[in-house]
Design a protein. Structure first.
Length: 72
């Protein structure tokens, strides 16, 4: 179960796949994860982890609550 906190890009992708998303697929500026008609942009690879603020915004776009995230 991922805690709600800084997370690596690889772990973010892993947990998004566990919640039914496919990808990452190439987008215009950032890769996207897709679930049905929902498309969520994820950060490009970079050094360091994805911070709490960005993780919160990504989960909000994906329609995943904090409790659902921690239950994965």
């Amino acid at each position: 179960m991922p805690k709600f906190g800084p997370i690596s890009r690889a772990d973010l992708i892993y947990y998004f796949r566990r919640s039914g998303f496919q990808g990452p697929l190439p987008g215009t500026k950032h890769p996207i994860m897709v679930k049905d008609q929902l498309k969520v942009r994820i950060p490009n690879p970079h050094e360091g982890d994805i911070g709490i603020g960005l993780l919160s915004r990504i989960l909000k776009q994906a329609g995943i609550s904090r409790s659902d995230w921690e239950a994965l």
